[in-house]
Ligand binder design. Sequence first.
Ligand SMILES: NC(=O)c1ccc[n+]([C@@H]2O[C@H](COP(=O)([O-])OP(=O)(O)OC[C@H]3O[C@@H](n4cnc5c(N)ncnc54)[C@H](O)[C@@H]3O)[C@@H](O)[C@H]2O)c1
Length: 252
Amino acid sequence: MTVAPGRLEGKRVLITGGGSGINFAIAERFRAEGAAVSVADLNPDARAAVEGLGARFAPVDVADAAAVDAWVNEEADTLGGIDVTVAGAGYELVAKATDLTVEQWDRHMAVMLRGPFVTFKAALPHLIAAGGGSLIALGSNLSFAGLTGFTSYVPAKHGVIGLVRVLAIDYAEHNIRVNALCPGPTDTPLIRRQLVGVPNPEELLASWESDTVFNRLGRPEEVAAGAVFLASDESSFVTGSSLMVDGGYTAR
Ligand SMILES: NC(=O)c1ccc[n+]([C@@H]2O[C@H](COP(=O)([O-])OP(=O)(O)OC[C@H]3O[C@@H](n4cnc5c(N)ncnc54)[C@H](O)[C@@H]3O)[C@@H](O)[C@H]2O)c1
């Protein structure tokens, strides 16, 4: 299917974690749809690829609330405002509770759950000033299911659903919509890293594929298509919701 470009013409967009994988695909698609895009990512090496899209780049750790605040305000100044913010930064951490340290838990929560909170908190005044907009948090199929060893990941992704619901209620009066975009197993560096050093990587990959009804991983651009919908005015009556782009994972 070909989609006419320009669905996000004139939108000013911030994306955290946009240096890789799903969020990079979102940045790429948003640029193709006419948006002005600013990316923050922990990995400074992502700069060249992001700038290659014609997007702006800043090295920011979303666990650092002051740094996020400064970045959001600076980008709002440069772009002339903010209409859309995607909170997508995240990483995998697999350890059963008895093996997970409290410090690992705290850091994971600071990135995966407090990260979207501080990002949206900083962006909200700019969306209010713009007369409305769209906030999108990266949830997961694991926002609605458990998985062995995902001791901090699963609670963080469940928490993201709660966060978007509350913000959707509280900021509707400002014409701000807040939604979760929930991928299933998607072929990105995050998922590939989990195959390194395990005894049977092919078996593990095959099990993730068979977790979807299509028996394959999703592609980052398939998730990005959902982000275009949530960012665009086509989703004007969609808020507080979770858009599952999970290949039917949660259908079972
Ligand atoms: N790949 C999947 O199967 C899958 C499934 C469901 C949800 N998700 C979610 O989608 C999002 C993107 O995942 P991905 O698979 O594209 O991963 P990825 O590793 O390819 O990309 C994640 C990006 O986030 C950045 N990042 C990590 N910690 C950060 C921090 N503290 N501050 C700023 N940037 C940081 C990384 O540098 C990286 O560029 C994550 O929130 C992830 O939990 C992924």
